[in-house]
Design a binder for this molecule. Structure first.
Ligand SMILES: [Zn+2]
Length: 569
């Protein structure tokens, strides 16, 4: 049935003039774009959704066991990706002339029934905390046991942001309070604001992410952090916090920014108890005051945290897979494409289907990456500068593979013009809108707008800026070492559908399949949309590499400083 339709279409095409045939073949896939030679446009047009289908199908087979980092399944996936790079003619850009970059990891799981936390007031009996319902914690150092007895220091939101003239670590005398060997008590999120010039108004900056708070306190020598959970501020409930600690948590081995013996969350009520023991009264007014300029200074509380922590520790490694297409000239302005290939592995305790296949998350990103790599490698026109492709590991463990890649890039970070990342693009049709959160922070934005228009892609605004999505995907790991970076994601609008349909598809996937064993390959998936967004990214990368000056962050952006630092070497 389908074949005869195609035959009918073909014979209709043959009746038309040869020019019309060429237009019919070329017009739908890649528009003409100034700055991209015709041979490169043809290479982009060769990007084939059906090849992506083959990659996604293979990577999400049960045979690959959910691609959990450090397992056989993830190794098979990495070998598959490296083999595809080789077959397509890409050069290895990993370690020792291979496609692989080994990422050393350590997994830590707090042993609940052997771990004890209590709050010890200056006088009176200690208050014991129930692990799981009052507090959850991880020892980031990867040691089996830790014993702590340290004073607690309340540092408000735990933010030091010179660009907003804001320092929560300043004590009553104006000097930074000493945190060495102490425990920092910190509020989640950031000072509330609707002023664009103050913590970007309603949008969440990195200062509001809990990862920043751990890092900043660790930089100042703290041995522990107690994050105060309040659902309305965190935008997720205590159950989410608790569940995320139920399985092991991985860190990069030797990560100098992860040195806390107790990286902990406490329930709001526990923090209230702690405040009462310290003679400080009610917590909520204190939280409110901490968000107002001039109304707060850091102070050591007359309360200590005492803890005995035992952890199950597993050291392992998992590979990033990195390949290169050489450019017409060698230095500067290289382009990097990234997609994570790891997923959640197998849950040995689950009944029934216990393999997390990760077909959409992130088989789709891998399919896009591999097809783009093939198209670049086989392009008759050489890209102006080198193009790198990195399939990164341990994203689901906290962007760890990409963090390692950012710290050990195949060429210096200052020489990389742009990173485009692809993560979880449901193959459900041809998108007419894209979500490129973060692209507006670059001087490349006018080019992005121009190319999106040429591809008939409307730009969707971030639907929930308060959730801080920019800081939750692999491009962020590259941004924090200064590389201009964003993810290419589809919006809600698809050809022949209403935006409501698109939203419903996304919601249905999130509810029924996201991070569940049912995220499996579907025969009915339509990969034409993934192909379209790969072609779009191909053209963006080409233009970033081709333009006279490197892409930069807009002046004043939070990543401008690491960008400048990446050039001083
Ligand atoms: Zn995921």
């Amino acid at each position: 049935m389908r074949n005869s339709l195609i035959m009918a279409a073909l014979s209709a095409a043959f009746l038309a003039s040869p020019v019309a045939i060429a237009q019919q073949v070329a017009a739908p896939s890649v528009p003409a774009i100034a700055g991209v030679p015709e041979a490169a446009l043809a290479a982009a047009a060769s990007i084939d959704g059906e090849k992506m289908r083959a990659h996604v199908r293979f990577l999400s087979l049960d045979l690959l066991e959910g691609r959990g980092p450090g397992t056989r399944g993830a190794e098979l996936a990495a070998e598959y990706i490296a083999t595809q790079f080789a077959l397509a003619g890409l050069e290895p850009a990993g370690e020792n002339g291979t496609y692989f970059q080994s990422v050393p990891l350590v997994a830590v799981h707090t042993i609940e029934d052997r771990t004890k936390f209590s709050i010890v007031p200056a006088s009176g009996a200690p208050v014991e905390l129930a692990y799981g319902s009052d507090i959850v914690s991880n020892d980031q150092t990867g040691q089996a046991t830790a014993d702590l007895d340290a004073p607690i220091v309340f540092v408000g939101y735990g933010i030091h942001a010179p660009e907003y003239n804001w320092n929560d670590y300043a004590g009553p005398d104006g000097h930074d309070i000493d945190l060495k060997g102490k425990i920092a008590l910190i509020i989640v999120n950031e000072p509330p604001s609707s002023d664009e010039k103050f913590f970007k108004g309603k949008a969440l900056t990195y200062y509001g992410r809990w990862t920043y708070k751990y890092e900043e306190a660790a930089r100042r020598g703290a041995v522990g952090v107690l994050l105060i959970h309040r659902g309305d501020l965190a935008s997720y409930g205590w159950e989410v916090v608790r569940n995320s600690q139920a399985t092991e948590k991985s860190y990069l081995q030797g990560d100098t920014s992860a040195t806390l013996r107790a990286a902990a969350w406490i329930q709001h009520d526990v923090a209230q108890k702690l405040f009462a023991e310290a003679g400080l009264g009610d917590l909520d007014p204190a939280i409110e005051a901490a968000g107002k300029r001039g109304a707060f200074h850091a102070s050591e509380l007359p309360v200590r945290l005492s803890a005995h922590i035992e952890s199950r520790v597993r050291r392992y490694s998992s590979a990033n897979v990195i390949a290169r297409v050489p450019g017409a000239t060698s230095s500067g302005q290289a382009v990097l494409y990234t997609a994570h290939y790891d997923h959640l592995g197998i849950d040995p305790d689950a009944k029934g289907d216990n393999i997390y296949n990760g077909a959409a998350d992130n088989g789709t990103g891998c399919g896009i990456l591999l097809e783009m790599a093939r198209a670049f490698a086989q392009s008759p026109a050489r890209p102006p500068h080198a193009v790198y492709f990195a399939a990164v590991t341990a994203e689901e463990q906290g962007l760890l593979g990409s963090e390692y890649l950012g710290l050990h890039p195949p060429i210096p970070a200052g020489e990389i013009a742009l990173d485009l990342n692809y993560d979880m693009l449901l193959p459900i049709g041809i998108p007419l809108s894209v979500d490129l959160g973060g692209a507006e922070r670059l001087d490349f934005w006018p080019t992005v707008q121009r190319v999106a228009k040429a591809f008939d892609l409307a730009l969707e605004p971030d639907s929930n800026p308060m959730a801080g999505f920019y800081y939750r995907s692999d491009h962020f790991s590259l941004a924090r070492v200064g590389i201009p970076a964003f993810s290419v994601d589809q919006g809600d609008l698809f050809e022949g559908q209403t935006p409501e349909w698109g939203r419903a598809q996304a919601e249905d996937y999130t509810e029924r399949h996201y991070h569940q064993p049912s995220d499996e390959y579907q025969h009915g998936w339509d990969f034409r949309g993934n192909a379209k967004l790969a072609r779009f990214g191909f053209v963006l990368g080409w233009l970033a590499s081709e333009q006279a000056k490197p892409v930069e962050w807009l002046p004043g952006d939070e990543f401008e400083a690491p960008r400048l630092a990446s050039r001083v070497q």
